[in-house]
Write a protein that binds this ligand. Sequence first.
Ligand code: SDX
Length: 386
Amino acid sequence: MTAPTDIKKGLAGVVVDTTAISKVNPETNSLLYRGYPVQELAATQPFEAVAHLLWHGELPTADELADLRREERAHRALAPRVRAAIDLLPLDTHPMDEVRTAVSVIGAIETAGIDSVLEVGGSPADNLARSIRLFAALPAIVAYGQRRRRGLEPIEPRDDLDYAANFLWMTFGEEADPVVVDAFNRSMILYAEHSFNASTFTARVVTSTLSDLHSAVVAAIGALKGPLHGGANEAVQHTLDEIGDASRVGAWLDDALAQKRKIMGFGHRVYKRGDSRVPTMQAALDTLVAHYDRPDVAELTHALEAEFVARKGIYPNLDFPSGPAYALIGFDTLTFTPLFVASRVTGWTAHILEQAASNALIRPLSAYDGPAERHVEGYVPDAAAL
Ligand code: SDX
């Protein structure tokens, strides 16, 4: 049995399985998706091609990309029953709860009629098709959530726009400038996959019981929502809004650190000298700052990063530049983590497919530190309590 000294809290530093999907390398501060450096993919590929790479292990041929685009565009529209489910929720429901609910409804509808738990796992072909349909459906769900909160009707998708441009079209109702589309596409690629992070490992745990893909994605959404994980990009914007401008960074940090607050968007369980994705996302943010002529955003983010790194030696993670980038594009702060879901659903489903193929139940051990064995006859309840 595991002695208490063997315990690795949070599984920090523990290698629990292999994966061929991505390699996070803190020593070289690098990230490879199926062997390709993520910064090369972000600079050259449409997100659809990277989704194909994560699912199939190779970048698509022209025909394969055309096939994926056809399938994705055929499933972009907000399904009436999904819209009806979202409309049942209070208008001030957190968007991550809307997205979690929508995916659950999609799963229930897609797998209706399967009447044996032995069949819920689905074949690799079923699950790849389900993955593409979720990949296609999430932009409409996220876009509708923001528009509903603003009292606006949903916007129909456009088949003449690629994934990133159509996502922005459905959210804002106008064709985005190519500079904005490119920055958004890069963010989708950077958020897509990151080995056994908390939400991905959650999806793998659910899949390891031979449960279904949608249950695994719903569980992953729940894990991503937390501010120590995906919720951090929303929390970064709350922090920047709270500070206000660069001149107030020092005083704000004095107060936050005195309260032992975690500064959102900084630190990482694996990267300890900076997140490999930050330079690429920072460059995208810089492009947006210039495009929207918002030097104040650059001044504030640079001041907070410089001050916190100087004080604690803890570096920004991907969520730090992503938050202000999404704010500049016009997304509501509460929409930020659902954007992470729309991207990470490709990584999650690639891991679901990989875990299902390995067919190994994930069930770690625990070291008991509760009361020694005792017996009920010793239990005499206080008569008054009954
Ligand atoms: C993501 O795993 C992934 O790959 C995740 C992700 C992905 O793509 O899936 O990269 C996405 O989740 C990025 C992380 C987003 N979260 C945040 O930005 C929240 C703020 N960050 C911290 O909560 C923290 O950095 C973690 C949780 C991300 C990582 O923490 P670790 O590795 O468990 O390190 P730790 O909490 O043990 O910190 C070590 C020390 C502690 O000080 P002491 O208690 O030892 O004195 O550093 C301090 C921490 O308090 N610290 C921070 C801090 N991060 C670490 N102090 C203040 N602010 C921070 N952000």
